[in-house]
Every structure is written in structure tokens, then in C-alpha cells.
Design a protein. Structure first.
Length: 364
């Protein structure tokens, strides 16, 4: 089986009611880069990443190779100017092809599965246009709890008093049996991050995500020293050395690599091994389309339950609750949590097949 064609599909899905975090404008569309790899045997593999290698690199290092040469393909792309962020979708699609060729889910190729289902935390809680922010988030939190989620993550960074009002209202509404995390999307400076963190400590948070600029590792260290909260981050990083700095500097308690940015499954495994060796949790970031979701589920099937971490928290899937047609409408069989739990697909490959009509509808 040889690779005969590689295609990149830029997809855009409109959003009916725009939303934003503290650092973004109003988000009116969701976008994704979908990778399609065709083979001379007729099998098709799907991947999703944040970009795509050049056509020249694809012709030289991908076309004509076997999907089972995935390590050589990834190494050649990386050593010839294509960073891991750009090659992630290719690597994911190669694993989809290998699983389909062998007739097994990707997680069986990666090793012994640790789990066949995974708990999800409800992630979203952005500011939405045209509604009262605190009331909207409180209502959403109640809906999530009533749907079976036992954990959720709120976007903050809208000001110290506003953030505390939101967290207090949500915690009061859902009680103490649902875990709550907060995500500042790098919106604070050091002093204000520590200030808001101290204000929020009393609400029993699971973690405080990206409080400041992700490149300010010295600031992260000071925040972690100043607060009793777990600090999390890493979603924006794509190269192994950056994760080495995060882990080696002891600046986070929870590492959040994104499989669509770090280079795919093999780099994801290296990052997990590094984190666990230093006693750091790994809970992947997932805020993309249905193929990235499927890949994240396959990856989660193989991630250990923090074997060297004394401060245990569950190995969660991040479940994006915001409107996103590229997650809900692009696959023939979309994923849906039941009581806050998702079954990891056991179909060959990633376990997802693309709806060709939806692909045409979202393509630009």
C-alpha cells in the first residue's frame, strides 16, 4: 500500500450566536484543516492539524511512501523545514490508514488500551453575544450537570470582580460534587493572575489554565509558588523542547498538549512519558473538529492514569460544548457523550468516517 494523493480541505462552519474569550474578537465561524490521504489500494485516511506542509514537501516525503513508514515521513518533514504543528494532520491520517489496513482501532496499534471509555469535562463557557454573562454561564453549568458531566471549565479573564462573580455563581448553582476549572486564555499579567487566583482559591478549583502569556515560564513559576491551585498549560506548544521547558521548569501541574499541534501520536506519547517522569498530569487539549476529537479519543485510550502522580485527578477528555458544525455535522456517525462519558471508538483506524456531502458544504 503506497500513498498516491494528499489533499488539504479548509473547512468553515458558521456560528449562529457569536461568542468570545477574553483575548479574542467575536468568534463567528469555526474552522479546521482536514487532511485526506489516498492510497493505491483505495483506502483513505483522515487527519486534522493546524496547517499543512508545502506541496513540494508532500511530493518528496509523502507521495509514494507506505503509511507504515510514518516515522520516516514525520522525520523527513521535520528535518526539512516543516514543524510538528504543520505535520500533525499528516501523521494522524497515516495512523488512520494503518488501522484500517490492519482492521483494528488506532489504540491497538499504539499498545494495550488503558480504557474503553473516558469521562469528559464540559469545556466552553465563553461570553456569548446578547445575553447576561453570569446568568448564561450559570444556566449552562446546570444543563451540563443535568446531562451527567461531573466536571466543567469556565473561561475567565474578563476582570477580577467579574471573574469571581461568575465562578461564585456557577459554584453556588452546581454545588460541590462537580469539579470546576478556569481558563484565562493568557489574558492576565502576572500580578493580576496571582490576584484573581487568590480570590478563586476558596471555590475548590481543579486547575487554573493559561493565566498569563504561555511563553512567560518565569511568571508561571511565580504563580504556581504563590497559589494553592493546580496550574495548567501547554496547548499552544508544538515542539518537544518547549514541553521540556514546561516540565523541567516545574511551572505546571497539568500538561495539556494538543495532538493536532504536537506532531501526532508518537510525539504525544513522548510528551506523556516526559510529564509522567516528572509527576505531572496529562489531560489533552481538544478544541477542534471531529477528526481531532477522534484522534484525541484514540490517544486517551493509551494514556496511563498518572502512575507517578500522588495528587490524582481523572484522565479527562475536553468536550467542547460550543456550537461547532465541524464536530457535530461532518462525520457520518458523530460522537456524543452519554452521562458525561464517551466510548472510545473500536472501529478500524480513528473510528470516524467523513460525510462527503457535509465536506462539500463546509469547504471553502
Amino acid at each position: 500500500m503506497k500513498i498516491s494523493q494528499v489533499m488539504s480541505h479548509h473547512l468553515v462552519a458558521p456560528i449562529e450566536r457569536p461568542y468570545r474569550n477574553c483575548c479574542s474578537g467575536w468568534i463567528q465561524t469555526r474552522e479546521m484543516n482536514l487532511v485526506e490521504i489516498r492510497t493505491d489500494s483505495g483506502l483513505v485516511g483522515w487527519g486534522e492539524g493546524d496547517g499543512m506542509p508545502s506541496l513540494e514537501a508532500i511530493d518528496k516525503f509523502v507521495i509514494g511512501w507506505s503509511p507504515f513508514d510514518f516515522e520516516m515521513i514525520s522525520d523527513n518533514l521535520t528535518r526539512n523545514g516543516c514543524n510538528r504543528r504543520l505535520s500533525s494532520g499528516i501523521e494522524i491520517a497515516l495512523w488512520d490508514l494503518m488501522g484500517k489496513k490492519c482492521g483494528v482501532p488506532v489504540y491497538e496499534l499504539l499498545g494495550v488500551p488503558r480504557r474503553k471509555k473516558v469521562s469528559a469535562y464540559a469545556s466552553g463557557f465563553f461570553e456569548r453575544a446578547g445575553v447576561d454573562h453570569v446568568a448564561d454561564l450559570t444556566e449552562t453549568a446546570n444543563c451540563c450537570m443535568n446531562s451527567g458531566f461531573d466536571a466543567l471549565k469556565i473561561r475567565i479573564g474578563f476582570g477580577l470582580s467579574q471573574d469571581e462573580r461568575v465562578v461564585e455563581a456557577v459554584r453556588t448553582a452546581i454545588g460541590s460534587n462537580v469539579a470546576v476549572s478556569v481558563d484565562a486564555n493568557t489574558g492576565y499579567d502576572l500580578a493580576n493572575a496571582i490576584d484573581v487566583g487568590k480570590r478563586l482559591e476558596k471555590y475548590d478549583l481543579m486547575w487554573f489554565e493559561e493565566p498569563i502569556d504561555s511563553q512567560n515560564l518565569e511568571g508561571y513559576y511565580k504563580i504556581r509558588e504563590a497559589l494553592s491551585l493546580r496550574i495548567s498549560g501547554g496547548e499552544s506548544f508544538s515542539d518537544f523542547s518547549s514541553f521540556g521547558d514546561l516540565v523541567g521548569g516545574r511551572v505546571v501541574d497539568v500538561l495539556q498538549p494538543d495532538i493536532g499541534r504536537v506532531g501526532g501520536f508518537m510525539e504525544g506519547r513522548r510528551i506523556c512519558d516526559l510529564a509522567f517522569a516528572h509527576g505531572i498530569h496529562v489531560i489533552p487539549h481538544m478544541f477542534g473538529g471531529v477528526v481531532r476529537l477522534a484522534a484525541t479519543l484514540q490517544w486517551l485510550a493509551t494514556i496511563p492514569d498518572d502512575p507517578f502522580v500522588e495528587d490524582k485527578i481523572p484522565t479527562y477528555l475536553e468536550w467542547d460544548i460550543m456550537e461547532n458544525g465541524l464536530r457535530t455535522d461532518l462525520a457520518i456517525l458523530p460522537f456524543k457523550p452519554e452521562d458525561g462519558i464517551l466510548a472510545i471508538p473500536d472501529r478500524p483506524g480513528l473510528g470516524v468516517e467523513i460525510d462527503e456531502e457535509a465536506l462539500r458544504r463546509f469547504s471553502v
